[in-house]
Design a protein. Structure first.
Length: 170
């Protein structure tokens, strides 16, 4: 499953993997110019995703005991496998349904856990709305400057906006 990366996620991933270049932590996937999350990097429109281990296709942060960056994990990992339906009720995300059916326990989720999941999903919607605005600003700034369209520069731009707004909470 692809894990999309927002500005907030990138900020925390940089903290979690400060010894690695950003290109070893995230991967770029080409997309269409009209995609609201399509950033102009190296003269093409891309979306950022958490990198996978090429040998196993697992997340690069998946260790023997589970997630090695659990406290700093991306928003998509925080809300997995939940989504909200149009009425605002929690449901299992369609892309996670088979995995949920096969791997997850079916114990009832406590009211507190449901409330926390809805809160994280709501924050995710707000986060990606802001991320799309930041992508639009980036694309406008670098459109005619291909030499500035590097992944490192894009990551720096996104992380600076997080820092200027104050360090976000995981």
């Amino acid at each position: 499953m692809d894990v999309p990366v927002s500005h907030r996620d990138l900020y925390f991933l940089r903290r979690a993997a400060s010894d690695r270049p950003i290109g070893e932590v995230v991967r770029m996937r080409a997309t269409h110019e009209w995609d609201p999350e399509a950033a102009l990097v190296a003269e093409q429109y891309v979306q950022l995703y958490l990198r996978r281990d090429p040998a196993t296709e697992n997340c690069i942060f998946l260790g023997q005991e589970g997630c090695t960056i659990y406290g700093l994990r991306p928003r998509a990992c925080r809300t997995f496998p939940f989504d909200q339906n149009p009425r605002g009720l929690l449901q299992i995300a369609s892309e996670a349904k088979l995995l949920y059916d096969v791997c997850c326990d079916k114990d009832l989720v406590s009211r507190q856990d449901r409330k926390a999941a809805k809160h994280q999903i709501g924050r995710g919607v707000e986060e990606f709305t802001l991320y799309r605005e930041l992508v639009a600003v980036w694309n406008t700034q670098v459109k005619d400057k291909p030499e500035t369209q590097t992944l490192e520069a894009y990551a720096d731009f996104l992380c600076r906006t997080v820092e200027l707004g104050g360090a976000p909470q995981p």
